[in-house]
Ligand binder design. Structure first.
Ligand code: ADP
Ligand code: TYD
Length: 198
């Protein structure tokens, strides 16, 4: 089963996913992330740091997804493991729909069409939702170019629209809850779905 965790920067995804590694230890999940741990992931991080061309950056994110699928996600799923990914394709559909909006007529449609033939669609996606102001306050130390309130507001609207379009896959998480409450809610839901999938 492929589980993804999504949300704007500062919504607590990394904290939640780290907690899941412990809370689900008996299920032996594969914990992973995008951008990933390969050289392609390094190239993505460099592109983010240089804040150069949005299309170059987008294509690197997609290349990173291809490497992630080939080297981590598909082998783990084939071995029957639960995979938990901190960010995945929905991050492209939400963020690059904003960064490419002056470059393409329909960035959201293009992004979905590029992914559709080769991606693996998650069985379950947690969307961590919190007011943009709260996210920006949490991010005061970790500044990256996407972390401007106006951009994050648009990104969060895109995430919420994706969730509304696919209520079977998405579960909304109140990211204003304390860490341990978010964690127990999400861990319980993964156990419930994993049990039902057996
Ligand atoms: N539920 C929470 N309540 C309050 N602060 C949190 C919560 N989750 C994470 N944080 C804090 O917010 C900041 C951003 O969290 P992080 O997990 O790195 O977010 P993300 O991976 O979504 O960018 C960190 O300083 C973290 O300790
Ligand atoms: C995976 C992914 C991330 N991003 C952005 C979100 C972040 O601003 C940045 C780095 O991601 P990440 O390292 O997950 O940052 P954080 O832990 O702060 O959430 O890249 C995209 O724009 N598109 C994508 O497909």
């Amino acid at each position: 089963m492929l589980v993804t965790v999504e949300g704007i920067d500062g919504s607590g995804k990394s904290t939640l996913v780290k907690g899941l590694a412990g809370a689900l230890a008996d299920l032996d999940p594969v914990i992973t992330r995008e951008p990933g741990a390969t050289w392609v992931g390094e190239a993505v991080r460099r592109s983010i740091a240089e804040n150069d061309d949005p299309m170059t950056e987008c294509l690197l994110f997609i290349a990173d997804h291809a490497a992630h699928l080939r080297h981590v996600v598909r082998p783990a799923l084939a071995a029957g493991r639960i995979v938990v990914s901190d960010r995945y394709a929905d991050s492209r559909y939400a963020y690059q729909a904003v960064t490419l909006k002056n470059l393409l007529p329909d960035p959201a449609g293009w992004l979905q069409a590029v992914h559709a033939p080769f991606t693996v669609v998650p069985g379950l996606t947690f969307l961590c939702v919190l007011p943009v102001d709260a996210a920006v306050t949490r991010l005061k130390e970790k500044r990256e170019h996407f972390e401007e309130a106006s951009v994050l507001g648009e990104v969060q609207q895109n995430f919420l629209a994706l969730a509304e379009a696919d209520p079977e896959r998405f579960v909304l998480v109140d990211a204003l809850l304390p860490v341990d409450e978010m964690l127990s809610f999400v861990a319980d839901e993964i156990r419930r779905r994993a049990g039902a999938a057996r």
